[in-house]
Design a protein. Structure first.
Length: 315
């Protein structure tokens, strides 16, 4: 049934994420992979406004190329709104106005942030008040990264990445990210990783994955986060998808080398790529690196983490 609306228009902001550590297990019978990830939410955000409508509609704009973002029922934010309406028994609709700043298909979870923001915005707009736990359960049905976009901060994700446990991170970590004009398909990157592992006889897989244990985050990563130590973190970051992403987009190697030779503590592919993430020692070092990469003809953005998850903003 349709209840009186709790608000006329709701603005929610949700963060993009970086995978500080990403271990990928073997492909399962259902075609998916078990993973272990250390997520950190960073200060590059998606903004979503929700307002009353008889239908479920969406408009999309932003500072990144949004031409490949669907504006129909394939849109993850619209799917999130419909899922909440179904769960709450709400028979009205909503119009979602999405402003995107996280690279599209860039491995930073922009679409997942949109979905998380839509859940929070519609919950506030409709006054459904289903609670944080239920929003997390709905988020997990939408995709592995959506629950983390709700939570924010720093967390360890296992299973398909959606079984989350908060992780303590002291202080601030500064990153310079370099987005790409052309995205990468996450399923394609996973498929290519499986192919590379077959070609190399499993050389790109941890020795005991699938034999003695499930994927797990390196304890050294968690220790570095707890200590607020970017140097120690740089020694432990890892992304099993990086080899596949670089194989599909070999031109990214030049940008990685430029960043690592220009003061970054470490450079890595973010998630399934092709966005690059460079860890800096401090804000000043990050600014210097940003200037150097920009002078080299790259788009470079200085962000920091951890930041909070999806939250209602003042309109």
């Amino acid at each position: 049934m349709t209840a009186p609306l709790a608000a006329d228009r709701v603005h929610v902001r949700a963060p993009g994420k970086l995978n500080l550590f990403f271990e990928v297990g073997g492909v399962q019978a259902d075609g998916y992979h078990d993973v272990a990830s250390a997520y950190q939410a960073v200060s590059l955000y998606e903004d979503v406004w929700a307002q009353p409508s008889d239908e479920f509609t969406v408009s999309i704009a932003g500072s990144v190329d949004v031409s490949g973002v669907p504006a129909d029922d394939r849109n993850l934010a619209l799917r999130a709104a419909r899922l909440l309406a179904q769960r709450a028994g709400y028979d009205g609709g909503v119009h979602l106005d999405i402003r995107k700043y996280v690279p599209v298909a860039g491995g930073m979870g922009g679409g997942s942030a949109d979905a998380a923001a839509a859940l929070v915005a519609c919950d506030a707009l409709w006054g459904t008040d289903v609670g944080t736990g239920e929003l997390q359960r709905l988020a997990a049905r939408l995709g592995a990264d959506v629950p983390f976009a709700l939570m924010g901060g720093t967390a360890v994700g296992t299973g398909r990445g959606d079984q989350l446990n908060p992780a303590l991170a002291k202080g601030r970590f500064d990153w310079v990210i370099v987005p790409s004009d052309v995205g990468l398909s996450t399923p394609e990157v996973y498929e290519h990783l499986d192919l590379l592992r077959k070609r190399t006889g499993g050389a790109l897989a941890p020795r005991d994955i699938g034999v003695a244990r499930a994927p797990a985050v390196d304890p050294g990563v968690l220790q570095a986060l707890r200590a607020g130590d970017p140097v120690a973190l740089a020694e432990r970051v890892r992304n099993d998808l990086q080899a596949a992403a670089l194989s599909l987009r070999p031109e990214l190697r030049d940008a990685l080398e430029l960043g690592e030779h220009s003061g970054a503590l470490v450079g890595m592919i973010s998630g399934s790529g092709p966005t690059l993430a460079f860890l800096a020692a401090d804000p000043e070092s990050a600014l210097e690196l940003q200037v150097t990469l920009s002078a080299g003809g790259l788009t470079a953005l200085h962000v920091h983490g951890p930041v909070t998850g999806a939250r209602v903003m003042g309109n």
